[in-house]
Write a protein that binds this ligand. Sequence first.
Ligand code: CA2
Length: 154
Amino acid sequence: MSDTRAEALKVLVLHGPNLNLLGTRQPEIYGGETLVDVNHALERRAEAAGVTLAHRQSNHEGELIDAIQAARNDATTAIIINPAAYTHTSVAILDALNAFDGTVIEVHISNVHQREAFRHHSYVSMRADGVIAGLGTQGYHAALDAVVAARDAA
Ligand code: CA2
């Protein structure tokens, strides 16, 4: 069946370094779900909402930048990104996001503002249209819902 909703949404979910370890360590901070669990749940939610979803995890800054650059040319309309530790260090990821015209939502599983001072600053927040922190892995769902709600309101 064709999707009658006005605007086609193509969303890229990017997970930064060490998030492949989700569910294996530090559950008191990051919860018990694995990254596979998170991505499956997002895929289900995206399918129900008529959204095309791709996801990628990388431990390498340049690979994340390449994925952001590729999103400029493949009709991606929104990027949901947890840059993990690169949040606090990477001007290069900020520059790549600044060259992307679509919506950017930054997600952090933990509440970075309750943690060490070095986690309080985010380069990515300078570009992000929205920032979610501290909702656990539900934050990714909140980000996807926000992108879908914006489409449905358009
Ligand atoms: O709260 C978040 O989502 C973070 O982006 C996670 C990053 C951290 O550097 C940021 O300050 C906040 C760390 C990701 C590492 O994830 C792990 C998960 C399980 C076990 C080990 C690492």
